[in-house]
Design a binder for this molecule. Sequence first.
Ligand SMILES: Nc1ncnc2c1ncn2[C@@H]1O[C@H](COP(=O)(O)OP(=O)(O)OP(=O)(O)O)[C@@H](O)[C@H]1O
Length: 577
Amino acid sequence: MEKDIYEKVMDLAKRRGYLWSSFEIYGGIAGFVDYGPLGAILKNNVINTWRKYYLIKEGFYEIDSPTVTPYEVLKASGHVDNFTDPIVECKNCLESFRADHIIEEAVDVNTEGKTLEELSQLIKEHNIRCPKCGGEFGEVKKFNLMFVTSIGPGGKRTGYMRPETAQGIFIQFRRLAQFFRNKLPFGVVQIGKSYRNEISPRQGVIRLREFTQAEAEFFVHPKIKKHERFKEVEDEIVPLLPADRQMDENLKDEEKVIKITLKEAVEKGIIRHETIAYFIALTKKFLLDIGIDESKLRFRQHLPNEMAHYAIDCWDAEIYTERFGWIECVGIADRTDYDLKAHMNHSGVDLRVFVEFDEPKEVETHEVELNYKVVGKIFKKEMKLVEEALKNMDNDDLKKLVNALNEEGKYVLKVDGKEFEILSNYVKINKVKKKIMGEKVLPHVIEPSYGIDRITYCLLEHAYKEEEDRAYLNLKPSIAPVKVGVFPLVNKEEMPEIAKKIKDMLRENGIIAEYDDSGAIGRRYMRMDEIGTPFCITVDGDTLKDNTVTVRERNTREQVRVKIDELVDYIKSRLKE
Ligand SMILES: Nc1ncnc2c1ncn2[C@@H]1O[C@H](COP(=O)(O)OP(=O)(O)OP(=O)(O)O)[C@@H](O)[C@H]1O
């Protein structure tokens, strides 16, 4: 049977040092992958292009936080309770599977949003059996995808390997807001490993248990979701697969995608707001820039019952692959204030940002006067902290304080993770008119989240080309790991020395070049083509006479002669293509 593209790409990737199975000499474990010498450069080139978009063009800043995360953080974020997949175990061979995947592979049913009971029912109804041994399945259960660990000796403190990089940003929000001088909107990114104990990862690099995410968190005023630079992208036409069209049974699959401008999509309410639309455009630009095939890219909106527990609108950039069909590579979600609110409530630390009004407003409000005789004895050393917190309360909190004191006779004041009980006799509340300059708001966050491994695999698959006499990777010069192969035509006279000098000269100028003098020149070209090297330089007899070399282009195989003196500039300009 002919190999499919996945097999061919993975075969090449293994042989030529792009991707290897991890722990191979011990039998390997599904869901882990090593990037070999070329793979590591390719992945870094993808990440650095991504940085160019988010850090340089958008003005976001990057942070780098630990991957081991204490229980409290992920309890607050909802991951301890909700970050689960449905699991089903074969009663005979005890192998576990993801229940929704097993059902969708066996019968034509959409399992999105189904409860555990409904999934169990579907397995029984369709008599779905274990694909490994044909055995009967037990009931469908919940399985939490996080890897658990313990922090410190004795296992007293539970930790998890982070399931997403985003939480590291949310929990540093107070410091980040200070860094950005409390001016909304602002953006922060984090690139790094995330961990999910996927139930049965059978899709190679697509579903990993340890993978790299590049996540951007764009914090906005909750009422302002227009984007300052939307104008620059509003005419962009993007293939969209909106939720209602996915659910419309009268439409054939190919009719479900619509191609309209982002402006129209926002105006018609298909995309919820400009900021999501802006990041859809940015994502498209980035993916095409690294070499994803435009005809194999679309944006699919999550169905209402598919949305993550924290999101109100979400669009996935899906990329087409031959074996796996459309796969989600980027998720662009409006996470609202879900995470900041959760961390504010659990930690007791105020994560709101003070936003100034255009004009000061006069409002009726309250002022708190402390009954020092009473509170002095109660709060002792903490007196200053309590006093400051009460004096700095904003209007909303003052209302809560007044209501609580009227209704229950007490109020719980939270300051820096500490709680203080305030009773009615501790304070005197005066009604006053005040000019206020602004208000505290809890920002919303719009998150584009990129799966670097899936993107890198798609890139390899889209770049893979076959011709009669060769298979090669059509990687863009900016992304290819090795930029130039340098060869002496024959290993005599001074050709090898000159070629080695050219290789060194290119490297000194920041261009990764490889020297190769083994085998026939044609085979050397093929070896470079196979790993996607865009240019090959050959030193030949004429070089010795006129100091020129041939530069051969990978795709067209066309050759031009270039002076050695001009090589660096020539290659540099062509690497920008
Ligand atoms: N197990 C995984 N292996 C590799 N990449 C992943 C994995 N899980 C998520 N990603 C990547 O991280 C991105 C953002 O994560 P997100 O939580 O939105 O994924 P997800 O919706 O849970 O993915 P899926 O539905 O495929 O499990 C995804 O778009 C994907 O590219």
